[in-house]
Design a binder for this molecule. Structure first.
Ligand code: BJW
Ligand code: ZN
Length: 240
């Protein structure tokens, strides 16, 4: 592992264009539950079944209760050494893009700048009637929050299963993946599309691709480097 760490460290040092893809695992050490595995249950509901437009249509109050619980939890948490190391890396690279599937806002809180939140942001809400998007940092939005402009029902401004990602954000994420020297894939199970395929776009574009995850993923075998361990420990070591 030491030799590999040192090889990847050198590759990162020599790279001008760096792209990073993160998932829930990078926030796990901050206390944010992941989606699959142990963190995947909320009051006996599979969180994957709550993160759908059908769940919101059927029972918006339950879905809002789930999101209010997450808002409250995350409002008490902060970024960890892995988030911070990426901020430091961005400062020294001529070209740096951070693509995150996370909606927790912890990369922004840490100070990341060129950030593409491809699954949205928990602290933004969108009106289901007039589509207005607003930032609202209150930990509890109440049972069925309404739009101040038109009175329509608000929803979290996140991307649920079966919904399309914002086209412009996705184009920028694909561009940054195809045109980088190195891509770091941190704390994602790599099972959700289209995020999972970005590592292949990077590889096709000639980049070195490295995964940092507690355990192997379906993409591990295609990686140039795969480190198994905690992001909060490995990422700062790679970038110090
Ligand atoms: C650590 C650690 C530590 C722990 N250190 N590591 C092609 C084929 C088949 C299906 C599809 C397809 N294209 C699209 C689909 C459908 C679907 C999809 O991908 N389904 C698959 C499950 C099969 N995709 C979509 O619907 C997407 N939309 C789309 O493509 O539109 C067009 C279209 C629609 C329908 C059909 C075809 C095309 C939208 C996806 C939206 C995902 N939304 C969510 C919820 C966001 C809102 C919210 O948070 O409330 O996004 S679901 C959830 O999964 C969330 C995450 O961002 C996402 C990814 O999860 P992530 O981050 O990887 O977390 P985990 O928990 O899975 O993994 C954590 C990892 O960390 C683990 O590996 C741990 O080991 C590790 N870890 N602690 C390092 N300390
Ligand atoms: Zn409205």
């Amino acid at each position: 592992m030491e030799k590999e760490i040192s090889a990847l460290k050198n590759a990162i040092k020599g790279a001008e264009r760096v792209t990073v893809l993160t998932g829930a695992g990078i926030s796990a050490e901050s206390g944010v539950p992941t989606f699959r595995g142990e963190g995947g249950l909320w009051r006996n509901h599979d969180v994957m079944e709550l993160a759908t437009p059908y769940a919101f249509e059927r029972d918006p109050e339950l879905v809002w209760e789930f999101y209010n619980w997450r808002r409250d939890l995350i409002s008490k948490l902060t970024f960890n050494p892995a988030h911070k190391a990426l901020v430091d890396l961005e400062r020294i690279k001529p070209s740096f893009t951070l693509i995150s599937q996370n909606v927790d806002g912890l990369h922004l809180l840490a100070g990341s700048k060129n950030l593409l939140e491809i699954h949205g942001n928990l602290w933004k809400v969108r009106c289901t009637r007039c589509n207005e998007i607003t930032l609202d940092l209150s930990p509890d939005m109440g049972p069925l929050p309404k739009c101040k402009t038109c009175g329509g029902l608000l929803r979290p401004h996140v991307v649920w299963f079966g919904e399309s990602l914002d086209g412009e954000l996705l184009n920028r994420a694909v561009d940054a993946s195809k045109n980088c020297d190195i891509m770091l894939v941190i704390g994602t199970s790599s099972v959700v599309q289209p995020a999972s395929s970005l590592a292949f776009q990077a590889k096709d574009g000639g980049a070195i691709v490295a995964e940092i995850n507690l355990e192997a993923t379906p993409n591990s075998q295609f990686m140039d480097f795969a480190f198994h361990g905690k992001a909060g420990e490995i990422v700062p070591r790679l970038l110090d």
